[in-house]
Write a new protein. Structure first.
Length: 264
């Protein structure tokens, strides 16, 4: 019994407990107030719709997952390269940072009509939108990690004969890895947002397209598709967190140990 209660109090169980509690409150609210499924379907109604319409939902979810991962992969590649370049060069930092901030301030939904004109509807606009919305966090975090190497450390390394390239490759880039992997957890969730935004306007397949189609016809299936997107995002976030823990454990070891010994 003691082991069971320790498991219930463990941080690993907390998300499941909170999620179950929210679902129970949601179900009770819909049942007690007799809320119409057309307005807010209960979790059990959504689950039934998920099972009933699973083939149609999953076909569209596969499309959204593909465009999200493709856009995210492009954002990782370009974001890492540009972040290292900006962080290593004060001139590039000053020249490109205002442009990046300005581009990031543009609502990505406003880009979709432009992309329709340029490349038409379908997969490509969703990939570009996912890329554009997840690109900025990666660039900023990597550039910050590279640019914030302590001046004293640079001076010591130079006095030992290290060249600028050696400092960048052997110190600055490894030092930026915690920033980089932390940005991945943000970027992957934003990539889903970008894909779904584009699919609501410029696609004939995908979760966003399905949600727009079902908005006035099949609200439980619309909610089922929405929850599936959330589940996929949580799974991808978990993958990014595992990769972060695998490659940057040296940077968080002290935090993990402290976190394991604190509590009430």
């Amino acid at each position: 019994m003691g082991t069971f209660w320790r498991f219930l109090r463990s941080p690993a169980f907390a998300p499941w407990l909170i999620t179950a509690g929210l679902l129970l409150v949601w179900e009770a609210y819909c049942r007690l107030l007799d809320v119409s499924p057309f307005v807010l379907p209960a979790p059990t109604t959504i689950a039934h719709s998920m099972v009933r319409f699973w083939p149609a939902i999953w076909i569209n979810a596969e499309q959204t997952l593909f465009t999200t991962v493709a856009g995210f992969a492009l954002a990782v590649g370009f974001g890492l390269a540009l972040g290292v370049a900006i962080g290593a060069s004060p001139w590039l930092y000053q020249a490109l940072y205002p442009l990046l901030i300005g581009f990031n301030a543009i609502p990505k939904v406003a880009l979709v009509p432009v992309l329709i004109v340029w490349v038409g509807i379908g997969t490509i606009p969703a990939i570009i939108t996912a890329f554009s919305i997840s690109f900025f966090p990666i660039v900023v975090n990597v550039a910050t990690g590279v640019a914030t190497v302590e001046p004293e450390l640079r001076d010591v390394l130079r006095s030992l004969g290290a060249r600028q390239r050696d400092i960048l490759v052997k110190v600055a880039i490894p030092r930026s890895l915690p920033y980089f992997f932390a940005s991945l957890k943000i970027a992957i969730t934003l990539a889903f947002v970008g894909s779904v935004i584009s699919e609501t306007v410029a696609a004939n397949r995908g979760i966003g397209y399905l949600m727009v189609k079902d908005a006035g016809e099949n609200v439980p299936r619309m909610f089922a598709a929405l929850i599936l997107v959330a589940v996929l995002a949580v799974v991808m976030y978990g993958v990014a967190a595992l990769v972060e823990r695998r490659f940057t454990h040296w940077a968080t070891r002290g935090v993990d140990q402290a976190g394991g010994t604190t509590g009430f």
